[in-house]
Design a protein around this ligand. Structure first.
Ligand code: FES
Length: 273
C-alpha cells in the first residue's frame, strides 16, 4: 500500500489593488443622497417643532410630537382639555419648564434611531459606512456594532416595547379627536390623527423585533399554529418595513404641521359633522 498523497492548497491570491473608490458606473449616489436629504429635513422640522413649546393643541387635536403630555405646562392641560394623560402629568408635575415635546419624543426618537431599517439608511447616507454596495468606505477601520457607541443599538427591543405604550396613547388621542366641545364630531384632523396612529401601529407590527418575538425561538411551528399564523402576517408586513417606516415618519411631521396650522389660525378647523 502506498501512502495517500494530499494536494497542497493553492496559494491565496492577493486582492486586486484598485485605487478607484468604486468601479460602479450606475447612479449609486442617488439613493443615499435622497435619503440623507429627507432624513435631515425630518430631523430639522421635528427639532424646530419640539422647541416651539406652542401651537401644538387645537381642540380636539393634540400634536403627536407633544403626546403623551408629560408636564402640567402642556397647552391641553392648561386649557382644561379632555386630552390629558393624568398619571404622567402627576408624575412630572410642574418642575418641567422647557418644551414638553422634549420628553415626548424620547421614545419615538429612540425606536427610529435604533430601527434596523433606519440604521441602514443613515449608515449609508450620512455615516457612509459604506455608501452603497461595492463602494469603498472612507473609514479606515470597521468595528460594526460591537463597540461603544454603536453597541447601544441593541436597546432597540426595549424601545420597541416602550413604543407600543406610545402607540396606545396616540390611539387614545385619535379617539379623542372625535370628541368636540359640543359632542361627538369628525373633522379633517380626526382623519389625520387616526391615520397617524394606524401607521405607527403598522410600523411597530412590521418591526424585525416584533417578528422575532412572535415567531422566533420556536423549534416546531406545527405545535404553535396561532403564532405561526401571526408570524406569517407579520412577515408580510416586515417585508414592507422600509416603506412603512418612511410613510409613518413623514405622516408624523405632517400631523404636527396640520395641528400647528390650525392652532395658529393659518387654516380653518373644518368639521364634517
Ligand atoms: S426594525 Fe424598525 S422598528 Fe424595529
Amino acid at each position: 500500500m502506498t501512502a495517500a498523497t494530499t494536494t497542497p492548497p493553492a496559494p491565496a491570491r492577493p486582492r486586486a489593488a484598485i485605487a478607484a473608490k468604486t468601479l460602479r458606473r450606475d447612479r449609486w449616489r442617488l439613493e443615499p443622497t435622497v435619503t440623507a436629504i429627507i432624513l435631515l429635513m425630518f430631523v430639522g422640522y421635528v427639532s424646530w417643532a419640539a422647541w416651539q413649546n406652542a401651537d401644538y393643541y387645537a381642540r380636539p387635536y393634540l400634536s403627536p410630537l407633544y403626546s403623551p403630555c408629560l408636564a402640567s405646562i402642556c397647552e391641553n392641560v392648561r386649557a382644561g382639555s379632555h386630552i390629558v394623560h393624568p398619571p404622567m402629568v402627576g408624575f412630572i408635575g410642574t418642575w418641567w419648564a422647557v418644551s414638553p415635546a422634549l420628553l415626548a419624543i424620547i421614545i419615538p426618537g429612540g425606536i427610529r434611531t435604533t430601527c434596523y431599517y433606519y440604521r441602514k439608511a443613515y449608515y449609508r447616507s450620512i455615516w457612509r459606512s459604506p455608501q452603497a454596495c461595492a463602494v469603498a468606505e472612507p473609514h479606515r477601520r470597521y468595528t460594526g456594532e460591537t463597540r461603544f457607541p454603536l453597541i447601544l443599538q441593541n436597546v432597540h427591543r426595549l424601545f420597541f416595547t416602550l413604543a407600543l405604550l406610545i402607540n396606545g396613547v396616540l390611539t387614545w388621542d385619535a379617539f379623542e379627536s372625535f370628541r368636540w366641545p359640543g359632542g361627538w364630531g369628525m373633522g379633517v384632523g380626526s382623519i389625520v390623527l387616526t391615520l397617524n396612529a394606524a401607521l405607527l401601529w403598522l410600523y411597530s407590527v412590521s418591526c424585525h423585533s416584533c417578528r422575532h418575538i412572535i415567531g422566533g425561538r420556536l423549534k416546531h411551528f406545527s405545535r404553535h399554529p396561532v403564532r405561526y399564523k401571526l408570524w406569517g402576517v407579520v412577515s408580510k408586513l416586515n417585508a414592507r418595513h422600509m416603506q412603512i417606516a418612511w410613510v409613518s415618519m413623514v405622516w408624523v411631521a405632517l400631523t404636527d404641521l396640520y395641528v400647528r396650522l390650525v392652532a395658529t389660525g393659518w387654516i380653518p378647523n373644518p368639521r364634517f359633522f
